[in-house]
Design a protein around this ligand. Structure first.
Ligand SMILES: [Fe+2]
Length: 430
């Protein structure tokens, strides 16, 4: 069912499935036995490589110790491209693999989900499955998703995001596919694998969590089973992101963010997203910037945009972010939530607008292979009129836009995009 259909009068709400999961320190050591229990024999591991950490060799070594055969595809790029998916599909078929394990953040998990769907359709292009439940074969290979970040939630969600590079090399199209057939078989969220995540990635991924949690909490889908998880994920993020960012070996901080990621994704899975994500996808499509970084920059502007239709909900958000809302009106409390989000963004050192972002201020593909072929000559983010227009148009076509708290048109969204690119965050504080 499409988001537009869910917004019609008398909608039937749809609850999408989650995989079984193992959460907690040391969970990764159960991968071999769990894979064998699931019938894995020859596994394709999909990852960016997580270079600079020992995570991939450690896990692959453990799988082999348990008698499993492993083939590694370690070229998944940040904002995974269609050719990453199809290269992995070819490797899977050549080696006659029977199962997948993805190790990393959203890029690795999403590319892996796309590869499974393609394998189940005789290697058809992943781009053919853009949209809602486009898979025609629910029987695709089993998949264990092992998280090394706390942001994406892709290990437990029915969403995957791919950049289609085939349409126009100058204007890549980044799309979200929502597909029940893409849900992993087993999710593993082990906070000890998250210790090696760099400071900037940790901060940026944390704002992906805050977007995953806050967008369904104010979405027009207004799905009750999502609301409790959404609020609690916001609380966990407000309480743990600073520690996880600045004290990487702090287990409570890392574990708190892992749980925040997990339940925030379960909130948006059926509760919808909004234009924080749509703006983020558009900027990644054109500039290949990090998804979490984009969400962090878009979040305060989109909260301010949506606030007039959801003061009460934003007042709840203020409370779980630690604001003492006693004696405040809903409007005052909602504004305090926005101030708390901006404070968090500044405390964890995230750039405040897109034109402040240069290739030096975000660690593009630092754990992967380096600049990708599409973007190696990518200019700094321009933020001129033409840029604002193309980003706004991409936003309006995004599958997350219909769920946004407020109806979106070119005229209403363009100033939000302009502010993300060029505006000062202090403008949003009353
Ligand atoms: Fe996200």
């Amino acid at each position: 069912m499409k988001v537009e259909e869910l917004l019609k009068p008398f909608p039937i709400k749809e609850f999408h499935p989650f995989p079984r999961a193992m959460l907690g320190p040391g969970a990764w050591e159960l991968l071999g036995p769990e894979a064998k229990k699931l019938g894995f024999s020859r596994i394709l591991v999909m990852t960016s490589g997580l270079r600079g950490s020992e995570t991939v060799p450690k896990i692959v070594g453990s799988l082999r110790y348990h008698g499993l055969e492993v083939v590694v595809y370690d070229k998944v790029e940040s904002n995974p491209k269609d050719y990453n998916v199809m290269d992995a599909v070819a490797l899977y078929q050549e080696n006659q693999c029977d199962s997948f394990i993805s190790i990393g953040g959203g890029s690795s998990h999403d590319a892996c989900k796309g590869a499974r769907i393609s394998v189940a359709h005789d290697g058809r292009s992943v781009n053919e499955f853009e949209g809602f439940n486009k898979s025609e074969n629910p029987k695709n290979p089993p998949h264990i998703a092992v998280s090394t970040t706390a942001g994406t939630g892709s290990e437990t969600s029915w969403a995957y995001v791919i950049t289609d590079t085939t349409t126009d090399p100058e204007k890549p199209h980044k799309y979200v596919a929502f597909d029940d057939a893409s849900v992993a078989t087993l999710a593993v969220d082990d906070p000890t694998l998250y210790y090696d995540c760099p400071v900037d990635y940790t901060a940026q991924c944390g704002f992906d969590v805050l977007a995953h949690a806050s967008e369904p909490y104010v979405s027009r889908l207004n799905f009750p089973p999502s609301l409790g998880n959404a609020l609690y994920a916001i609380r966990l993020t407000a309480e743990n992101l600073r520690q996880a960012t600045w004290n990487p070996q702090d287990l409570p901080g890392r574990e708190g963010m892992m749980y925040a990621q997990y339940i925030a994704a379960q909130a948006f899975n059926s509760g919808g997203l909004g234009i924080i994500h749509s703006i983020s996808h558009a900027v990644s499509a054109f500039y290949d910037t990090h998804h979490g970084l984009n969400n962090a920059i878009a979040l305060p502007r989109v909260w301010a945009f949506n606030m007039p239709v959801a003061y009460r909900r934003f007042a709840d958000i203020a409370q779980v972010m630690g604001v003492d809302t006693h004696g405040m009106t809903d409007v005052q409390a909602a504004e305090a939530a926005l101030a708390a989000a901006i404070r968090l963004l500044r405390d964890v050192g995230i750039p405040e607008k897109f034109t402040d972002v240069t290739q030096d201020t975000y660690s593009k593909n630092r754990l992967g292979l380096g600049p990708t072929k599409l973007y190696e000559n990518s200019p700094v983010i321009r933020g001129d009129d033409e840029d604002i227009d193309r980003i706004t148009n991409h936003v309006l076509g995004d599958a997350c836009t219909p769920g946004n708290a407020k109806e979106c048109t070119f005229q209403t969204v363009r100033p939000v995009v302009d502010h993300c690119l060029n505006g000062d965050l202090d403008d949003l504080l009353s």
